[in-house]
Design a protein around this ligand. Structure first.
Ligand code: SF4
Length: 453
């Protein structure tokens, strides 16, 4: 099919949550959490705890995290997290049973916390929030240096089902180019300790598009990861974002104006993506999304493997989001180090966690956009009947122009006699260009207005 649509840059925006946090704003009315959660379903909540500490600041990272922690800060952070947990649990009330369907510790690097601190974090989740960590899928992120035997033993004993290791590359020169210096031997040793801990699912994160990376060196990283037979592999395109280490070095970006160097880099990343995808598919991995691949014989993560579109989320910690059906909220957000440190210090000093202070309302229109994005960007696609049952309309009625353009580009097909809208392989490859046209004008404007700091 020929297309009249203008060519689209493939790496525009990684849509891992909609609306993006840069569209959040201070909530002037500071609603009480008890009101925010009144009447919300609470029988299949997600639990997330955010640990905003890392040993180094990787050059590509724009997550909310700081390097290191002065004496006593992690303890004060957990004290605050405990106060927040008590306030949130009280706000959820006792009238309806509260049940968590899954749990995750993310960051930052949760395993920056020492073993005793991880024990305390698990205790907060279990005893204060009521998360049955041993009964639900429970995922934890780690870095090679902090994936120590004592920490892994705590996590295994407390029921962690998935350990996600940020490796990014097994090639030391590429690790240096990504401003994430690490020795291959240390990464291999960490993987050995994780396998010894016998957590059911090992995920390895890899990045393509690093300066100096070639088809051959990318294949070496893939094969080094595959030697551990990870149940999951995430392949991330490198993005160079403002205020990150690589951004400050002035390396080419992925959006906006497109000088030749950017277009060449786009082509390189697409080539590495296709090589990685094809290699994993040939070795028995299934593609779940543009980034996620899962070994076909990997143990299921349980009935909650599938993220329901309407479930609420409770996030604890200063970078965590919480979602109800009509409000997404969090604390302030920053990337630059002084601002991140200031927000963490303010969080640790907070006594009253009973109100939502920063966020964005999600109305019916935004809920449709969110539902569509969360389904369409999965390889399994968007079941039309689910959408219609929830909203009373079809995706084609709500987004005719956007969907027609995807079809015209050859990125979208109707399958199962029109029951599923599914991205084609090229559509999946261009997921980061598929998502942004579905952002509402209001969210787009808020993101553009956001002052990066
Ligand atoms: S990529 Fe991970 S380990 Fe690196 S700075 Fe970001 S959160 Fe920390």
């Amino acid at each position: 099919m020929t297309t009249t649509a203008a060519p689209a840059r493939p790496y525009q925006h990684y849509v891992y949550a909609y609306p993006h946090k840069t569209a959040y704003r201070p909530l002037p009315e500071r609603p009480a959490l008890a009101d925010v959660w009144a009447g919300e379903p609470r029988d299949a909540l997600s639990f997330y705890a955010h640990v905003p500490f890392c040993e180094v600041r990787c050059g590509f990272c724009n997550l909310f995290t700081r390097v290191g922690a002065p004496e006593g800060l992690t303890g004060r952070y957990l004290d605050a997290l405990e106060r927040q947990a008590r306030a949130v649990r009280e706000a959820l009330g006792e009238e309806a049973p509260v049940r968590f369907a899954n749990a995750a510790f993310g960051g930052g690097t949760p395993t920056f916390l020492e073993a005793a601190e991880l024990t305390r974090l698990c205790d907060i989740a279990e005893r204060l929030m009521g998360v049955d960590l041993r009964a639900v899928p429970f995922s934890v992120e780690a870095s090679p240096a902090t994936a120590t035997a004592d920490r892994l033993a705590v996590l295994a004993e407390r029921g962690a089902t998935r350990l996600s290791l940020g490796v990014q590359t097994f090639v030391e020169a590429e690790a240096r180019a990504a401003v994430r210096p690490q020795r291959r031997a240390d990464v291999e040793a960490a993987l050995g300790r994780i396998r010894d801990a016998a957590l059911p699912v090992l995920n390895i994160d890899l990045i393509y598009g690093i300066e100096g990376q070639t088809a051959a060196s990318w294949r070496r990283s893939l094969d080094a990861a595959l030697a551990w037979r990870p149940e999951e592999i995430y392949l991330y395109p490198l993005y160079v974002r403002p205020l990150t280490g690589l951004g400050r070095q002035g390396r080419a970006g992925g959006t906006g104006e497109a000088p030749d160097a950017d277009l060449a880099w786009d082509r390189e990343r697409l080539a590495r993506y296709r090589e990685g995808r094809d290699h994993l598919l040939s070795l028995g991995y299934e593609q779940r999304s543009m980034r996620m691949f899962r070994r076909a014989d990997a143990p299921a993560q349980g009935p909650d493997d599938y993220a329901c579109q309407t479930d609420g989320m409770i996030g604890l910690g200063c970078g965590a989001r919480s979602y109800t059906s009509s409000l997404h909220y969090a604390f302030d957000y920053a990337v630059a180090m002084p601002e991140v440190r200031g927000i963490i210090d303010a969080y640790t000093a907070t006594r009253d966690f009973s109100r939502a202070v920063h966020g964005r309302a999600v109305d019916g229109d935004e809920a449709r956009r969110r539902h569509l994005l969360q389904s369409l960007l999965q390889a399994a696609g968007l079941p039309v009947v689910e959408y219609r049952e929830r909203f009373g309309t079809t995706p084609e009625e709500d987004f005719p122009r956007e969907l027609a353009e995807l079809v015209e580009r050859g990125w979208l097909a109707e399958e199962d006699e029109g029951r599923t809208l599914r991205l084609t392989p090229e559509g999946l490859a261009h997921s980061d260009a598929v998502g942004p046209p579905f952002f509402s004008p209001a969210v787009r404007a808020a993101m553009a207005d956001h002052e990066l700091r």
